[in-house]
Design a binder for this molecule. Structure first.
Ligand SMILES: *[C@@H]1O[C@H](CO)[C@@H](O)[C@H](O)[C@H]1NC(C)=O
Ligand SMILES: *[C@@H]1O[C@H](CO)[C@@H](O)[C@H](O)[C@H]1NC(C)=O
Ligand SMILES: *[C@@H]1O[C@H](CO)[C@@H](O)[C@H](O)[C@H]1NC(C)=O
Ligand SMILES: *[C@@H]1O[C@H](CO)[C@@H](O)[C@H](O)[C@H]1NC(C)=O
Ligand SMILES: *[C@@H]1O[C@H](CO)[C@@H](O)[C@H](O)[C@H]1NC(C)=O
Ligand SMILES: *[C@@H]1O[C@H](CO)[C@@H](O)[C@H](O)[C@H]1NC(C)=O
Ligand SMILES: *[C@@H]1O[C@H](CO)[C@@H](O)[C@H](O)[C@H]1NC(C)=O
Ligand SMILES: *[C@@H]1O[C@H](CO)[C@@H](O)[C@H](O)[C@H]1NC(C)=O
Ligand SMILES: *[C@@H]1O[C@H](CO)[C@@H](O)[C@H](O)[C@H]1NC(C)=O
Ligand SMILES: *[C@@H]1O[C@H](CO)[C@@H](O)[C@H](O)[C@H]1NC(C)=O
Ligand SMILES: *[C@@H]1O[C@H](CO)[C@@H](O)[C@H](O)[C@H]1NC(C)=O
Ligand SMILES: *[C@@H]1O[C@H](CO)[C@@H](O)[C@H](O)[C@H]1NC(C)=O
Length: 818
C-alpha cells in the first residue's frame, strides 16, 4: 500500500442485484439546471414514501447510471423526513432511488448535505435564486434563514451534478459556489475534503444541528476533534511526509489524498456509498445493500477503541469496556458527580456543585487512579505530579489534569479545559495514569469557612445596627428574666430561634386532618402527615405525660439551631397547655428500615444508593459531633431514625434523645437510653461519649449491607444477632456470607461491600476509644483513608482522631490551593 493512502477499504465485489421494481411512480423531474429568478415554495403535495417526504427541486442522475437499471440519483429539494410529524423542512441534497432515470420512490432517502441544519423551515418557506445570483432560503414569514452569499458574482444559473454537487455557475460555466465546499457531516463518492474544512457531526439521526465533534484535514493528515478551547483531538491519522497541501478525496470506497494516483490500489465500490461523521464521533462508510434494501455500515474509518471517543459516556462519564459510570473517588462512595439521567448512564455526569471561579478557594482535585483521557496533546513535560495538580488548581479554566508516567521517562501533565468521557485503563508495566478532576467543595462541609463568612457578613453590619440590636437584646433579656422569675410556663419559648414558626394546636389539628394519617411512632410520640400551605410536613405529637418541658425545650432549641443537608430540619413547634408538637420537613420515602428489611415490598436498593445513604448518615452525625457549637450526641441511631427523601438522600432524624455535651468534656454521664440492638457496650458503665453513636452507626451499616435487622428472632438461634454472626464470620474470613442476597447488584460489588463491612467492624469495637470518629469514617468512605489499616489488634492513637471536621474531610487527598 502506498504511503499516500490514508485509509483503504476492501470491499467484496458483488454484482448489482435487480431491484424489486416498485409500481409506484412519481412525476419525472428531468431538470438538473435552472436559470436565475426562480422561486420554489415549500408547499404543495409532498412526495411520500414510507415516512420520507420530499419536494424535489433539481435532480442529477447517478454517474454510472444505466438508464435501464434501477439506480440512485442526487436530488436537491425540501425534505421533512427527519421529523415524524413532518412539520419542519431542510433544504438538502439527498439520495433517492431511480428507475430508468425516473424518480421512482423516495425510500430510502439519505441526506448528504444540508443548508439549514440548525434551523429547519416550515411550510411555505421559499428558496430563491435571485436575479443578482444569490441563493436564499427564507422562512414563510420572510425571515432570512440561509444564503450562499453570491450576490453580484455573475451567477448565471444553478445545477446539480451527477455526483451530488450543487453548483452556482457563471457565464463562463465556472463554479462560483458549490455545496462540496460547505460539507455538513457527509462526504459522497468523488467529493474532496479540503484542508481546513470541517465535517461536523449532527446531534442525532433526527436532528441535524451540529454537535461538538468534527473532523478536518490538516497538512499532515486527517484529525478528529471534540470542540473546546483549545479543541481536543481524539484521532489523527498517521502523518505522511508531504510537500503538498493535504486535501483528501473519497474515491471508490477509500478516502485518499487528492494527489494520490495509484488507482490500482483502489477497489471499485459495488454500490452507492457515502461516508459520514456520525453523532457519536465515529466516521463510517455506508453502502447501499441491494439485497437487503438498506444502507449498511461497511467500515469504521477511525479504527480506535470505543472508549476513546469523547462522548461515549458523556461529559465526566468513565468508560469501562463500553459501560459508563460517574466518577467516584477511587471507586468508593463520593458525591461530587451525579448522572445527568439515572437511566441513561451514557449521557454523562454533572458536578453536584458547579465549579465557580469566584470560589476558587474551595476548589479541590478528585483523584481517579488508572483513568486516562483521549486527548494527550496538551501536555507539559517535566512537571512533577504535585506541580501539575497545583498548576491546575491555580487556573480556574483548568477542569482536570491527567498525569501519566512510566518509570523511565518524565511524567506528562495533560491539561483539560473541558472534560469529555474518561477511560478506565489497566496499568500496563510501568505505564500508568491518574486523572484529577476539579471539584467545588461545598462550603457547608467546611464549618470554619462558613463561620468566617458569617463573621464577615456580621462585620459589615453597621455599628448603629449592632448597637440597636444590643439594646434590644438587653431589653429582651431583662423582660425574659422577669418572666422567668414569675415562673411563667410559656416564657422559655420566647427565646427560641427566630426562624421557627410557632403554630397553634388548632392549626396543626386542621393541617393533619385531626391527627389522622399516622406516619410512624417516634422516640417520644407519634408522627402524623400534614399539609401546610400545600407543603407536606411531618407533625410529631409528643406524649405529654412522659415528655417533660425540659426535654421539649432541649429538643426545640437544639434542632432549631441546626441546619445541615443530612439532618431533618425543624419547621416549627406548638406548645399549648400540655400539648407539645414539633413540625418537621416531610421525607417522602419514609424511614430507612422500610427499605432494608424487605418488609414493605420496596425494591431492593443498589449498592451505590446504599453507599450514598451510609455517607449521608456519616455526614449528618459528623456535623452533630464535630461541627455544632456544642457537641451533640444523638444516642438513638437506628434505621427508624434515618429518613429518606425522593432521591434517597438520607437525613438523620429525631433528636429527642439528644444530650448536649460541652466540647471540653469528653465524657458525660447520662440516663441509659437508646434502643436495644444498637446500644454500645459502654452504656453498662455509663461512660457515654459520642462514640456510642459511632457504634450504632456501625450496626446500621451492617444492617444496610446485609439487608436484615441486627436482632431478628425469626432466624435460627445462632443467627439472631447479626453483630455476633458478623464476629464469627470476620474471624473466619466469611464476611461474604452476610451480603444482602436479595440484590444482585450488592453481590456484584462484593469487594466493596466487604470493605464497607470492615469499616462497620471498626466502628463496632468494644473499646470506644478505638472506634473512629465520624470525620475519619467519612474519610474512609470518600476513599482518602484505607480500611485495610483496620485490624482488630491495631491500636490507633486517640489524637489521630482529633476533631478534624473543621477542615474539609477530603483535605488529605483533595489537595486544596495553598
Ligand atoms: C423544468 O424545466 C421546464 C422547462 O425546461 C419547466 O417547465 C419546468 O417547470 C422545470 N421543472 C422544475 C421542477 O423546475
Ligand atoms: C434558461 O435561459 C436560457 C437562455 O437565457 C433559455 O434558453 C433556457 O430555456 C432557460 N431554461 C429554463 C429552464 O428556463
Ligand atoms: C418503512 O421503513 C421502515 C424502516 O425505516 C421499514 O422497517 C418498514 O418496513 C417500511 N415500511 C414499508 C411499508 O415499506
Ligand atoms: C401556505 O400557503 C398556502 C397558499 O398560499 C396557504 O393556503 C396555506 O395555509 C399556507 N400554509 C401555512 C402553514 O401557512
Ligand atoms: C453567508 O454569510 C453569512 C454572514 O457573513 C454567514 O454567516 C454564512 O455562513 C454565509 N453562508 C455561506 C453559505 O457561506
Ligand atoms: C443534465 O442532464 C442532461 C440530460 O438530461 C445531461 O446531458 C447533462 O450532462 C446534465 N448536467 C449535469 C450538470 O449533470
Ligand atoms: C456552458 O455549458 C453548456 C452545456 O453544459 C454549453 O452549452 C455552453 O456553451 C457552455 N458555455 C460556455 C461559455 O462554455
Ligand atoms: C436539536 O438539537 C439542538 C442542540 O442539541 C437543540 O437545541 C434543538 O432543540 C434540537 N431540535 C429539535 C427539533 O429537537
Ligand atoms: C485542494 O482543493 C483546493 C480547492 O479545490 C484546490 O485549489 C487545491 O489545489 C487542492 N489541493 C490539492 C493538494 O489537491
Ligand atoms: C471507481 O470504480 C469505478 C467502477 O465502479 C471505475 O470505473 C473507476 O475507474 C474507479 N475509480 C478509481 C479512481 O479507481
Ligand atoms: C486507589 O486504589 C488503588 C488500588 O486500588 C490504591 O493503590 C490507591 O492508593 C487508592 N488511592 C486512594 C487515594 O485511596
Ligand atoms: C527535564 O528535567 C530534566 C531533569 O530535571 C532536565 O535534565 C531536562 O533538561 C528537563 N527538560 C526540559 C525540556 O526542561
Amino acid at each position: 500500500m502506498g504511503p499516500a493512502v490514508l485509509f483503504f477499504l476492501v470491499l467484496a465485489a458483488a454484482s448489482l442485484l435487480p431491484s424489486t421494481a416498485q409500481p409506484w411512480r412519481y412525476p419525472h423531474y428531468p431538470n438538473n439546471t435552472t436559470n436565475l429568478s426562480t422561486v420554489w415554495t415549500n408547499n404543495g403535495k409532498f412526495s411520500f414514501y414510507n415516512s420520507s417526504a420530499v419536494r424535489p427541486i433539481l435532480q442529477g442522475l447517478s454517474p454510472e447510471q444505466d438508464p435501464e437499471l434501477p439506480g440512485f440519483a442526487f436530488v436537491a429539494g425540501f425534505i421533512c423526513a427527519l421529523t415524524p410529524t413532518c412539520d419542519m423542512s431542510l433544504f438538502a441534497i439527498f439520495i433517492v432511488h431511480v428507475y430508468a432515470g425516473i424518480l421512482e420512490r423516495f425510500y430510502p432517502v439519505q441526506v448528504v448535505w444540508c443548508a439549514n441544519r440548525a434551523s429547519p423551515v416550515g411550510e411555505n418557506a421559499t428558496l430563491e435564486l435571485t436575479t443578482d445570483g444569490n441563493l436564499v432560503l427564507r422562512d414563510a414569514d420572510g425571515s432570512h434563514v440561509w444564503s450562499s452569499n453570491t450576490s453580484g458574482q455573475s451567477v448565471a444559473g444553478m445545477l446539480i451534478t451527477k455526483i451530488g454537487n450543487l453548483v452556482l455557475f457563471d457565464h463562463k460555466n465556472a463554479t462560483v459556489w458549490q455545496s462540496f465546499d460547505h460539507p455538513t457531516d457527509t462526504l459522497v463518492l468523488g467529493q474532496s475534503l479540503q484542508e481546513g474544512t470541517r465535517l461536523i457531526a449532527s446531534t442525532s439521526a433526527t436532528n441535524m444541528t451540529q454537535n461538538q465533534l468534527y473532523i478536518t484535514v490538516l497538512p499532515h493528515g486527517l484529525c478528529a476533534y471534540a470542540e473546546s478551547a483549545p479543541p481536543q483531538p481524539y484521532y489523527c491519522s498517521p502523518s505522511v511526509p508531504n510537500n503538498k497541501k493535504g486535501n483528501v478525496t473519497f474515491v471508490n470506497g477509500s478516502l485518499v489524498r487528492s494527489d494520490f494516483s495509484d488507482i490500482s490500489q483502489l477497489r471499485p465500490a459495488k454500490s452507492t456509498q457515502y461516508m459520514r461523521l456520525d453523532s457519536d464521533g465515529h466516521m463510517r462508510l455506508y453502502e447501499y445493500e441491494w439485497s437487503m434494501e438498506k444502507w449498511t455500515v461497511e467500515y469504521d474509518i477511525l479504527q480506535i477503541d470505543d472508549c476513546a471517543y469523547p462522548t461515549v459516556c458523556g461529559e465526566y462519564g468513565i468508560c469501562t469496556q463500553g459501560q459508563c459510570a460517574c466518577p467516584l473517588q477511587n471507586y468508593s462512595c463520593s458525591s461530587y458527580f451525579k448522572p445527568v439521567d439515572e437511566r441513561k448512564p451514557n449521557l454523562g455526569c454533572t458536578p453536584i456543585t458547579p465549579i465557580s471561579c469566584q470560589e476558587i478557594q474551595h476548589h479541590s482535585l478528585l483523584t481517579l487512579t488508572d483513568i486516562s483521557y483521549f486527548d494527550k496533546s496538551h501536555d507539559i513535560v517535566n512537571l512533577s505530579e504535585e506541580d501539575c495538580k497545583q498548576a491546575c488548581l491555580k487556573n480556574c479554566s483548568c477542569r482536570a489534569v491527567m498525569y501519566s508516567y512510566d518509570r523511565l521517562g518524565p511524567g506528562r501533565c495533560t491539561w483539560m479545559t473541558k472534560v469529555f468521557s474518561l477511560q478506565a485503563i489497566q496499568p500496563v508495566g510501568n505505564l500508568s495514569s491518574s486523572t484529577y478532576l476539579k471539584v467545588q467543595l461545598n462550603p457547608s462541609i467546611s464549618a470554619s469557612s462558613s463561620n468566617k463568612k458569617k463573621v464577615m457578613v456580621g462585620a459589615t453590619l453597621g455599628a448603629i445596627t449592632a448597637l440597636a440590636l444590643l439594646v434590644i437584646v438587653v431589653i429582651f433579656y431583662l423582660q425574659r428574666r422577669n418572666k422567668y422569675e414569675d415562673k411563667d410556663e410559656e416564657f422559655d419559648f420566647n427565646r427560641l430561634p427566630g426562624k421557627l414558626t410557632r403554630f397553634s394546636l388548632e392549626t396543626l389539628r386542621a393541617c393533619t386532618e385531626g391527627f389522622n394519617k399516622k406516619l410512624g411512632e417516634g422516640g417520644f410520640g407519634s408522627v402524623f402527615e400534614g399539609k401546610l400551605d400545600e407543603q407536606r410536613v411531618a407533625v410529631k405529637r409528643l406524649e405529654g405525660a412522659r415528655q417533660g418541658k425540659k426535654e421539649f425545650l432541649a429538643e426545640v432549641e437544639t434542632i432549631g439551631s441546626i441546619e445541615h443537608i443530612n439532618l431533618v430540619s425543624l419547621v416549627g413547634f406548638c406548645a399549648e397547655k400540655l400539648e407539645r408538637l414539633l413540625v418537621y420537613e416531610y421525607m417522602s420515602r419514609g424511614s430507612l428500615d422500610r427499605w432494608i428489611y424487605y418488609r414493605h415490598n420496596n425494591p431492593s436498593l443498589d449498592w451505590c444508593t446504599r453507599c450514598r445513604i451510609i455517607l449521608d448518615i456519616a455526614k449528618g452525625l459528623c456535623y452533630l459531633h464535630e461541627e455544632c457549637k456544642r457537641k451533640i450526641v444523638h444516642l438513638d441511631i437506628k434505621p427508624q431514625n434515618i429518613l429518606l427523601d425522593d432521591n434517597f438522600n438520607a437525613k438523620v432524624a429525631d433528636f429527642g434523645l439528644c444530650k448536649l455535651i460541652n466540647r471540653d468534656q469528653s465524657k458525660v454521664v447520662t440516663v441509659m437510653r437508646g434502643t436495644p440492638g444498637y446500644l454500645a457496650p459502654e452504656w453498662l458503665t455509663s461512660q457515654i461519649t459520642e462514640k456510642v453513636d459511632v457504634y450504632s452507626f456501625g450496626v446500621v451499616v451492617m444492617e444496610i449491607v446485609s439487608g436484615r435487622k441486627n436482632i431478628d428472632h425469626s432466624r435460627p438461634e445462632e443467627e439472631v444477632q447479626l453483630i455476633n454472626v458478623r464476629r464469627e464470620k470476620a474471624q473466619n474470613d466469611q464476611l461474604v456470607d452476610l451480603i444482602d442476597k436479595h440484590s444482585d447488584d450488592m453481590v456484584s460489588h462484593q469487594k466493596e461491600v466487604i470493605q464497607m463491612m470492615k469499616l462497620a467492624i471498626w466502628c463496632l469495637q468494644n473499646d470506644s476509644i478505638q472506634r473512629p470518629s465520624m470525620s475519619v469514617v467519612i474519610k474512609v468512605l470518600e476513599g482518602s483513608m484505607s480500611v485495610e489499616t483496620i485490624d482488630a489488634n491495631s491500636v490507633m492513637p486517640v489524637q489521630h482522631y482529633a476533631s478534624t471536621c473543621s477542615v474539609p474531610p477530603q483535605a488529605s487527598v483533595l489537595s486544596g490551593p495553598r
